[in-house]
Structures are given as structure tokens and as C-alpha cells.
Design a protein around this ligand. Sequence first.
Ligand code: ZN
Ligand code: ZN
Ligand code: FE
Length: 783
Amino acid sequence: MLSEKKVSKKIKITGIVQGVGFRPFVYNLAKSKNCAGFVINNSVGVIIEIQGNPNNIQDFIDILHTKPPTRSRIDTFQVSELKSNRQFSDFIIKKSVELKNKTVAISPDLNVCDECLHELFDKNNKRYLYPFINCTNCGPRYSIIKDVPYDRPVTTMKNFVMCESCLTEYETPENRRFHAQPNACFSCGPEIILSDNKNINIIRGNNKKDLFRIFQKINEIIRAGKILAIKGIGGFHLACNALDNTAVKNLRTRKIREDKPFAVMFPSIDMVKQYCVTKKEENKLLESYPRPIVLLKKKNNCKIANSVAPHNKFLGSILPYTPIHYILFYFIDFPLVMTSGNISDEPIAFKNSAAKNRLANIADFFLIHNREIHIRNDDSVFRIWKNTPYPLRRSRGYVPNSIILKNKIKFSILACGSEQKNTFGLAKNKQVYISHHIGDLENFETLKAFEQGIDHFKNIFDIEPEIIAYDLHPEYLSTKYALSYAEKNPNGAKIKKIGIQHHHAHAVSCMAENKINEPVIAIILDGTGFGTDSTIWGGEILISEYSGFKRMAHFANVKMPGAKAAVKNPWQMAISYLYEIFGKDLINPEHPFMQSIEPDSLELIIQIIENQINTPITSSCGRLFDAVAAIAGVRNSVNYEGQAAIEFEQYISDNSKTAYNFEIENNGDMQIISWKKMFRQLVSDVKNNISKSQIAGKFHNGLVNILYETVKKISHKTGIKKVVLSGGVFMNLYLLNNLDFILEKNRFKVYTHKSLPTNDGGIALGQIVIANSIIEKENQYGT
Ligand code: ZN
Ligand code: ZN
Ligand code: FE
């Protein structure tokens, strides 16, 4: 027999190639093509040496490159000749090696795959109803990984020793659990435990019989209106019957969360459709493997309990993603509230002992397990806008995927993010990693989560920052962390600190994810951001570049009587605007809005305004929304940030055409958007009993018109036609839609967020890109 000449190649692959079934895939592919050699994981990705006949090698390369395992992501794919004369006799998977530079991408946590689901409900399978079933294609990843390369000993599965049968699967290359690090079964793996909140009545679920008992009991208690804490992938959830208003109200009272909507988990997309109106893209996103919460419009006759999302036309909906969720719905046939297991503003609980302490007054029962969560990770939240996912919170399922940019980051940078909805970011070697959702840095628990998160990221991505970027706001805990970083870290003294203006960061975040690097007009509408003049900005139009910005226009300033208290009490903001326009007499005391305020409180706020005690100056668009909503009669106080604005938006009917009038005043180069005329019109409409729906429409439309007018002027002056929309106010889809529409219609090119939230959860990316660009410039000019 003629022996055909063999070729040998070396292939280096980076990207998400570990923990997604990559090596078994390579192994099986190589075997099927009669190739020999090996595959190995290292700290930067996967390396393959392969030997075989030329056609087979080419097939192997083509298939691997174009059709890799479904959950992998290839960033680079390098093929080179293998010079050595070495002859391989077989194809093998080699043991992982650790390199000094750890840059391998870690996979996000993955939802249960179809094959595992099938086994989960197959009565003859050894993992029938096993709550921790997984394989190389699915299961926990990011939340259990302590270090890289991804191997069982550096995960929280370390303490579980595989039984013989699991080990055989783990070691058999043809098996779909080959090197599945969290592989486990009833006899060797983690187990669930159900207990009451006094930790007395305990059922352990380490066999099928007890598992049945546990879930039958859960069915009973949920039906009885009780609240169950469930340990999931990235933390605890609090669950109750989403159709039972008393149970939901009870949960609200215990959790100290008055109105902020809860998410609901449905067993299937079919059941989602019974309660919500869904479009094709929304279904697709719900079923996508990161399994985010998707905001869906409730049906008119939606039977979900009122208290789940009060005063809200939308419902945060999510499908099951862990085996435990699926087993739950094997026993329960109605939707469940599934909200973060925390009290009020604290971060989500993720350790058994802490959860039992902190949630004991909320949950009646606990369904916990003994597989430790190493890092907490909340559910992600999206809307669909223009048929595309529009992120409101990017966390579980997406983190820690790196963000792909057009311009490479050259330095090791830590960006500390903002105060609210905090995420931080780390960048090195062309990669940018934005963290999981940390939350509002307002208490000790969240700050601890922030600090621990940074340490974890530094370790798993092996990044020791040379530059630290932070928000200019001196009171943000993230800023204080940045400024004290030098003292706490051994290499801190050499670190360069760069303060970055909040709205500039918003703008550049949106520019960077859209891969644009040229001056743009950035409309940044926001709640709070520290300005370069030490006032609070938040309704800004900037010319933005990576390395700098120019403030071109902003909403007219107003006082915030009581500072933070004015955010909680929109009526205080309303009084402040009215005072600017009408002076001390304000408006007619008979006016419905004035009637809604306690005379004593009113007197106090007027004094505060006049004496300028604790009255920061702001151009915030968020506060403008609050004030208008209060005067319109939506609400005078809020229970969560943005509540007044969110409810106000929902009053608008789709065919709203009329608009209030804002005006532009020139102050030198600066355009000031004046709201005086608008407020006079608003006050008069309210007095004349014009409906909230019409008022909401007129306000939003007026805003769209004036923003468009202002942009047009700036564009005329500068020739810039690219417009970036960012800031928390753009979670308002009516505003986003209409502004986008009018700009695009007039030949502007509009850019909005797609991978990161438009709110402060997206700021860290902007901080990284700006800091990188500033240092690059400095180095260039040798300053
Ligand atoms: Zn699976
Ligand atoms: Zn086992
Ligand atoms: Fe912001």
C-alpha cells in the first residue's frame, strides 16, 4: 500500500474555548478525520498539534474554524507548519498547563442543554431529576471558577470526588461529559436541601425518593402562599406564586421593596404567551442560552398578580435555566416570582450561611445546595428595541465575555465605574472585561462585593492595573476606592489615576461598542453626573472624542433642594423649577399640584431654595422628568430611582402628536435649553384637566423636538452627522424611538447601545477607552 505523505500543523486558538466542550469536539473531529496529535488547554486558549493526510487536515481546520462548538467563541485562529519530525500514533487530550500570562476567556454560566434536559426527565436515566446535571456544553462556569485554566481543582467542585461511573464519562473522549469539570451524579455530586427558616425541618435530596418529597413539599408551600429562597447559579432568588397577590404583597413588605417590579419565571414560552404579548425577537432572546430577563408588554387581561409590577405595563419575564428550575416546573404548573435574594438595596446573597441569616425574615423556606458559588452574578435584563436586544443590565450569561473593540487598549487599566448600577472594568492585551452587576454602591455590603469582584477579576484575568480610571464625583465610593488604591496595593504607588467626566464616559462607552473613533455629537440624558464645573450635569449635548469632549448644550440649571432628598421626592424638584419661573408666589395655591403638597413641607422647601442650603445646581434631564411627572400628578415621591419617569412614559398613547415648547437661549458658545415656557404650558394643562396621557405625550414630543433642533445647530456649526445616544434616561423607549426616528429621517446616523446598558452599568467601558486614549496622547507628546 502506498503511504500518502502526511502533513503536520500547529493550531493556536483564543476566545471562549474552555468549558464549552471544545477539547472533546476537537478530539472527536480529529478521530473522525483519522488524524493524530494532541489538544491542550493553556492559560491563553487551546493549542492543537495535528498530523494526517493533507485533505483530512484541511477538512479538520475548515470545520473547526467555521463550525466550532455552539457555545464557543473564536477570537483568533492561527495555523502554522509543525517543524519537528515527530510522529504521532494517536490523537490525545493532554493535561492543561498553566502559563504566566493568563488571558484565556472564561465562559459565562450556561443554561441546561437539550441533551441534559432529555436525560433529566428520562425515568431510566441515572440522572433522572438530578438537580446538578451538566455536560461539556452546559452548566455553571464563571460562578464556580476560582482560577484558570478551567479545571475541576480550581472550581468549587473541587471537594466532590467523582464516582466510578462519572469518572469513566469524564475520561472517555467519545462521551459528552468528557472533561466536563462540574460532572456529577446523585452518588457523588452536590445535593439540594430543603429547610424551613428556623433550620429545623430538613430534607436532604440525595436520592430520587427524597427529591420527590422535597419538590412535592415545595409545591405545597408555594400554593399556600409561602416564600421560598432558592439557591441558583449566581445567587439566591426569592420565589412565590406570581398569581397570588397576597403572597407577592407579603414578599414586598418583607423585602422592603415597595414598587420596583419583580421578574417572573415561566415554565415555557407557551405560558409566557398566555400573559404577555411577545414578538419573534423577544422569544428568541428569552430562549437564548444566556437566558436573560426580557421586559415584555403585559396582555390586557394579564392574570399575573398586580403587585408583581405595579403601575407598569411591562413584565420582566424569564425562562428556566438551571436543572433546579426545570425540576421546580415539573411539579409546579404556574409562573413564579423570581427576584434577587436580598433585602432592599443590598447585593444578592450567594453564600448559604449569609443567605440564611440575611433572608431568614423574608423566606419561609430555603432550597439550598452544597455546591458553592464563588462569585455572585445577578440575572441580566434586556428589552428589544428595533428588533435588537437593548441591555438594561448585563450580567449572568454574558459576563465575563470580553468586549470586542475596533481600537485596541494598550495599557492595563482598571475602571471603577459609577455609583449606581455599578459595574467595573479591567483591560489588558487588547481585551476588555466588564464585570457582573454589582449594584448601587451605597452600603457596606455592596462596597465589599465591589472590592472582592475587582480582586477576583484581577486574578482570573491576571491583570495588575497600571492605570486606574474613576468618576469625577468625589463622593462616589468607587471614586474613593480608586483614590485610595495606592495605599492598599503593593504596586499602587506607580499607578496613574485618571478622573473621567461621567457623561463623557457614557458617550465614549456607546462610541466604543459601536466601533466609532471620530468626533460625534453625543446626547447624554441622565440622572446625575459630576460636571467639570462642580455642578451636577445630566442633560448634556457634547462633542465627544475618545480623548476629550466639549460641552455644547445643556438644560438650564435649577437647584436641587435637599440634594438626595430631591431625587426621592420629585415634588421638591417641581417646586424648584416653578420657583425659578414664578418666584416666591409660585402658582395658584388652588392648582391641583399645589393642593397635593403639605403646606409646612412646601414652606420648608421654599426656605431651603431661598437660603440655598444643601441645594446643588443641576442640568439633569432625569430631575426634569421627575418634576414634570409630579406636576402632572403621577407621583410626588418615588420608591426607586426613575419611578416617576417610568410611570409617566407609560401614560403616552402611541398616536400622541402635540408638543410643549422648549426654547434655546445662547450663552456665548453654549446653548442653554430653557424649560420655562414648557412649564407654563404644563401648569396650565394640568389646571385645565388635560389628561395625563396627553400631557405625557406633549412633554416627550417637546423634548424630542428641542433635542433635534439643538443637534441640528451643532451639526451646522461642526459638520458632524453622527449622533450618539446614551445615559439612563434612554431606558425610556418612547423618547429613544422618536428621537432616533427624527434624527435618522434627517440624515443623521444614530448610534445606541447594544452590548452594554445605556445606564451607569455601561460606564466602565467609556472610562477605559478614555483613559487609554489620554495616556496614549501623553506618551505621544512626551508630557
Ligand atoms: Zn448538557
Ligand atoms: Zn457520580
Ligand atoms: Fe449616568
